[in-house]
Design a protein around this ligand. Structure first.
Ligand code: HQG
Length: 173
């Protein structure tokens, strides 16, 4: 089930064309079509994946006919993110080896639509570990918000913004 979940992330966030699927402008895919196109996937398995995903990465539409990833896209879709005032401090987990570049250029969204930020250091550390020896940056999101930067929170609680200039970053370790 974990590998199916990973594959779902890939096609619902980055490469729907791998299975000949198209997403609408809000990132939705038709559940029936998805099930037809992904090997070994049925409605029950899909519902289990969505319900048990530890980061709550996916949502069904209210009528259950559509599914989308809640955040993390590289393809340009509008998942109707909630624009909100962020907590005073947010965290970004990355790899030690990106640190020098981040200190110079700030946090860039790279291939995704937004820079991804966490509300706690533990989550940020897990994100960082995916890339190597983890390194945590503290983001002065309170100051950024005061300076007019927009913040969004996905329905699964990930904080997103377009760019974090280096002056709002502090190294945590
Ligand atoms: C780094 C996962 C050099 C950035 C996670 C990151 C997250 C720079 C990498 C979500 C840089 C991009 C997103 C700069 C940023 N110079 N490197 N100026 N600015 N970077 O995977 O934030 O499990 O696109 O630090 O939990 O790691 O997939 O972003 O290391 O929420 O649901 O460039 O993906 O969620 O990597 O992860 P990514 P991310 P899922």
């Amino acid at each position: 089930m974990k590998s199916t979940s990973k594959f779902l992330s890939l096609i619902l966030r980055h490469k729907p064309q791998l299975v000949g699927l198209t997403l609408d402008e809000h990132g939705w895919a038709e559940v029936d079509e998805l099930i037809r196109r992904v090997k070994n996937l049925d409605r029950t398995t899909l519902e289990q994946i969505v319900a048990s995903d530890e980061k709550q990465r996916y949502s069904f539409s209210a009528d259950g006919k559509l599914i989308r990833a809640n955040q993390g896209h590289s393809i340009p879709v509008d998942v109707e993110l909630e624009e909100l005032e962020p907590p005073k401090i947010l965290y970004h987990g990355t790899s030690e080896r990106f640190s020098a570049s981040i200190k110079l250029r700030g946090l860039l969204k790279m291939s995704r639509l937004y820079v991804h930020l966490s509300s706690d250091a533990e989550t940020a550390e897990k994100v960082g570990r995916r890339h190597g020896v983890p390194k945590i940056f503290l983001v002065d999101s309170g100051a950024m918000f005061g300076d007019g930067y927009k913040f969004f929170r996905s329905v699964n609680g990930v904080w997103l913004t377009e760019h974090v200039p280096a002056k709002y970053l502090k190294e945590s370790f």
